[in-house]
Ligand binder design. Structure first.
Ligand SMILES: C[S@@+](CC[C@H](N)C(=O)[O-])C[C@H]1O[C@@H](n2cnc3c(N)ncnc32)[C@H](O)[C@@H]1O
Length: 251
């Protein structure tokens, strides 16, 4: 029998051709872009702001540095980094999706964030930046959607300066069974309904729940980062492991 596993991947719980996933993910984010920020606040009860704050604290970013906010979407982290790096620094908000980038660009301009932010449409798997270019890279709730995660991690390593760090903020595996069951109920029963009511898009939020379950757990992602060449990889669980922040260095 022919082994098709090299050509297929997951889109939520569905098995699809690798070539198809990119456009399926694009469809999700084209559809949710306009309501993305409000959905984030509602779905997470505002807690995503704390997760992002912790990411910022772990980034060690300083004035004058060059930062890549990869899969940066509507730019929450970019906005914060822009203020920290100041006029001598630079933040690149890169995302594969034009609709998300547009919402991010408009939001940040309305906030008066201009001058040190650049917007780049790019696939995490093939970053269009020179080697050894960024002091830090963040990818928040983005890696899950990437087709070839190993390739993306290697691409991030390449564009990171020696001494630089990568922070991966992503949904992960809750540490306790009770939390896991509650979270399952919420994800598969409440979340898609909310998506239907607020964003008029139940399916995209069903994908969100499924894609979270299919994403590698804490230890697997740590190993993937090490295999890609990152060193001193550690992670910290947040909200009982619903989310984990992985950090790795390039030396
Ligand atoms: C859930 S949003 C996260 C946005 C933002 N980082 C945040 O935390 O609010 C995921 C983002 O990943 C982007 N994305 C998906 N696949 C990507 C890829 N291969 N390369 C770059 N960005 C990608 C999507 O377009 C979307 O904007």
């Amino acid at each position: 029998m022919k082994d098709n596993s090299q050509e297929t991947t997951h889109f939520g719980y569905k098995t699809v051709d690798k070539a198809q996933k990119k456009s399926l993910v694009a469809g999700v984010f084209d559809s949710v872009a306009a309501k993305y920020d409000v959905m984030n606040d509602v779905m997470s009860f505002g807690i995503h702001r704390l997760w992002k704050r912790q990411t910022l604290d772990a980034s060690g970013v300083r004035k004058g540095q060059r930062i890549l906010d990869l899969a940066g979407g509507t730019g929450d982290l970019t906005a914060k980094f822009s203020r920290i790096v100041g006029p001598q620094g630079q933040v690149v908000l890169a995302d594969i999706n034009d609709s998300m980038l547009k919402v991010g660009r408009d939001k940040l301009r309305d906030m008066g964030i201009v001058g040190n932010v650049e917007y780049v449409q790019a696939n995490a798997e093939e970053l269009p930046f020179p080697d050894d270019h960024f002091d830090a890279i963040t990818i928040a709730f983005g890696l899950r959607n990437v087709t070839d995660k190993d390739k993306a991690l290697r691409s991030m390593l390449r564009v990171l300066k020696p001494g630089g760090r990568l922070l991966v903020l992503e949904f992960s595996k809750p540490e306790h069974d009770v939390l896991n069951s509650l979270y399952d109920f919420y994800s598969f029963n409440v979340l898609p309904q909310m998506g239907g009511l607020i964003a008029n898009d139940k399916e995209s939020y069903q994908y969100l729940a499924e894609s979270i379950r299919m994403h590698p757990d804490q230890e697997t992602l740590k190993q993937m980062m090490e295999d890609a060449g990152f060193e001193q990889v550690t992670y910290q669980n947040m909200t009982g492991g619903i989310v984990a922040l992985h950090r790795g260095f390039k030396f």
